[in-house]
Design a protein. Structure first.
Length: 318
């Protein structure tokens, strides 16, 4: 009893100091938990998905589950929930196209894919594709981290917001630049460290035109004169829709062939180069997911859009 009394009579200040010291030791011994995590997604394209040999990006990580999201415009393409190390992410094969020819000119796959991403809360996306190199200095397997685009494909809906009935009132999409500079920087640094198949270009203008055919030499000369560097058929739609939804997206493009009229090439040569590109690009994207999972965005209004309160219309007197 006396012992109990003597302990209780210890000054309160001493007890408080001891408790604080104990809590500090516990805090020092426990690893700091990350305060932020992103919802990641990878959109497959010819740079990582090789459908003719049934080789996909999903072969390189663990598939946990497959979703089909019922969106306002119809069922989404299959969305795979995957995991690389301890990093969860979503993945859609080859731009969400269900058919081998990838000839859905209406663009329903893109609208439904991004409507599903919106419902799943996706924040960061890595996309890409192989492309035709319009610049004569480009060589097969060169990596182009496109940071701007020219869109000449008008068959697909221009606004995923309007098409899917998604509302972001008071927000103006900004396309300067049309890719997330944060993800772009991560991809560029990793490519410099890990890509050995060809040269790595930190920027480029990707042109997207009619997806139903290859271009003519005259068209390529015109696109190059407009400022285009590479030509492809799907990533620009993805860049536009991600920006309209306020998502962070950057792309990895790789030259699988010279554009028509630049130098001769065969379809077999193009496919063979693209197979090697996929083997080299997949590890880079997986490393990028590791860096982006807890990444704090620093791009400001570039990706999420600029907020505005209204529009003032000045009436002319008289």
């Amino acid at each position: 009893m006396l012992k109990w009394i003597s302990i209780c009579c210890v000054p309160l200040a001493t007890v408080f100091i001891a408790l604080c010291s104990g809590l500090a030791l516990i805090a020092d011994a426990s690893p700091a938990a990350p305060s932020h995590s992103n919802v990641l997604a990878v959109i497959g394209g010819s740079h990582i998905d090789r459908r003719h040999v049934k080789s996909f990006f999903s072969d390189d990580a663990k598939v946990l589950e497959t979703y089909v999201v019922d969106t306002s415009t119809g069922p989404s393409p299959p969305i795979l929930k995957m995991q690389h190390k301890d990093i969860p992410f979503y993945y859609v094969r080859f731009h969400g196209f269900a058919d081998v020819a990838a000839s859905d000119m209406a663009g329903n796959n893109f609208v439904r894919m991004f409507a599903a991403f919106h419902e799943l809360g996706v924040t960061h996306i890595i996309a890409g594709a192989t492309a035709g190199g319009m610049q004569p200095e480009y060589r097969n397997a060169d990596l182009i981290l496109s940071n701007d685009f020219i869109n000449l494909n008008y068959e697909r809906p221009s606004s995923v917001l309007a098409e899917a009935g998604i509302h972001r009132p008071g927000i103006r999409s900004v396309f300067n630049p049309p890719i997330c500079p944060d993800i772009h920087e991560v991809l560029y640094e990793l490519a410099l460290e890990n890509y050995t198949l060809g040269r790595v270009y930190p920027h480029g203008v990707v042109v997207q035109d009619d997806a139903s055919r290859y271009e003519t030499p005259a068209e390529i000369r015109m696109y190059r004169g407009m400022g285009g560097d590479i030509i492809t058929h799907n990533v620009v739609t993805e860049m536009i829709y991600a920006r309209q939804l306020g998502m962070h997206l950057a792309v990895v493009n790789a030259v699988s062939n010279p554009a028509v009229g630049v130098r001769p090439f065969t379809r077999d040569e193009e496919m063979g180069v693209a197979d090697k590109i996929a083997e080299n690009v997949r590890p880079i994207i997986l490393k990028a997911l590791e860096k982006l999972y807890h990444h704090q965005p620093e791009c400001g209004v570039v990706c999420r859009g600029e907020r505005y309160s209204g529009q003032i219309v000045e009436e002319q007197a008289g």
